[in-house]
Design a protein around this ligand. Structure first.
Ligand code: FAD
Length: 283
């Protein structure tokens, strides 16, 4: 299966299935707006342990691919799944013409039993490789994964995941591009050769910042804290400042030769449009 790069800087969007209280029509409308931007692909998250409505991941990824003719990527966290579960999902993906999988370990859902078939994402990558012809994507962490003792140890583990059959990588969000450049240097030294897309999340409100720091341990650079202090209590100003901050990061990343940008859109087509429109001529 070929990867999603055509010797150019790619840009992709990430969306998530609606929470059980939200109508599926909302995400359909969002996709309808996003499709006109023609990103290189759109990926759809999958809540580990059923924290979101997982069959919707296939439904939404299928709509992206088969209705809008845009490549889609289905996320697949393995820690709460058995080999049998994964085989069924692989069949489902194939049936819906979904050729790209973001293989993940996931984070434990305390209400759901952890299965032991896929302890690390690398176990899932090897299993997918053995059981189908998929383009396999995996996650990586410029500021290290929150559980890793050091960035060096995390990169050693990343090398195992890449050698297991990962075709391309997407980073966790980061707010200081220097963290990304330093990470790229280290992956080069570790002989990790697959393309690495920079994950960018436009931070457009204060609550999102608090969540982000507690969930993935992202560092808040002084430049960003100043933006938050100045505009955090003014929702419209904070939205626009968050968009401007993300554009600023992306312009610099493209100029430095990044392989691609993966935009965590938070299902917000307006934000995706503003950012895409600002950088499209630079790709
Ligand atoms: P792994 O690669 O398995 O790494 C997890 C930890 O184990 C790291 O500390 C690593 O250093 C260590 N490790 C790895 N291999 C070994 C080894 N062989 N020996 C010892 N230690 C090892 N979660 C979801 O539930 N659904 C989603 O849709 C989703 N989408 C995501 C998309 C992106 C782009 C990113 C960056 C994350 C996403 N996540 C998602 C979150 C992800 O599941 C968590 O970050 C999770 O904690 C780690 O997943 P991983 O696949 O990176 O794990």
């Amino acid at each position: 299966m070929k990867n999603l790069y055509n010797n150019k800087t790619i840009i992709s969007f990430e969306v998530f299935p609606p929470k059980k209280t939200t109508s599926i029509e909302n995400i359909y409308n969002t996709l309808h707006e996003m499709k006109d931007l023609s990103p290189d692909y759109i990926s759809v998250t999958f809540g580990a342990g059923g924290s979101s409505n997982n069959n919707l991941t296939v439904d939404i990824a299928s709509r992206i691919k088969n209705k809008y003719n845009i490549e889609s990527v289905a996320h697949l966290p393995g820690m709460h799944l058995t080999k049998e579960d994964v085989l069924k999902l692989l069949d489902d993906f194939k049936e819906h013409n979904i050729n790209n999988i973001l293989a993940l370990r996931g984070d434990p859902n305390p209400l759901v039993e952890v299965k032991n078939d896929f302890k690390y994402a690398s176990d899932l990558v090897s299993f997918i490789k053995e059981n189908g012809d998929f383009n396999i994507i995996a996650a990586c962490y410029p500021e290290k994964h929150i559980e890793a003792k050091s960035i060096e140890e995390d990169i050693e583990n990343l090398k195992i995941k890449v050698d297991a059959g990962t075709d391309q990588l997407i980073t966790q969000l980061f707010l200081d591009n220097n963290d990304f450049y330093s990470f790229i240097d280290k992956t080069n030294k570790a002989n990790i050769k697959v393309p690495i897309q920079a994950g960018i999340m436009p931070v457009t409100n204060k609550i999102q910042t608090e969540r982000m720091v507690s969930m993935c341990g992202a560092k808040l650079p002084t430049k960003f804290v100043k933006v938050l202090d100045k505009y955090g209590d003014n929702p419209l100003a904070m939205r626009d400042a968050g968009i401007a901050y993300a554009i600023d990061q992306i312009v610099d990343l493209i100029a430095q030769g990044v392989d691609g940008i993966h935009l965590y859109t938070m299902n917000n087509a307006y934000i995706a449009k503003q950012i895409y429109g600002a950088v499209i001529n630079m790709l």
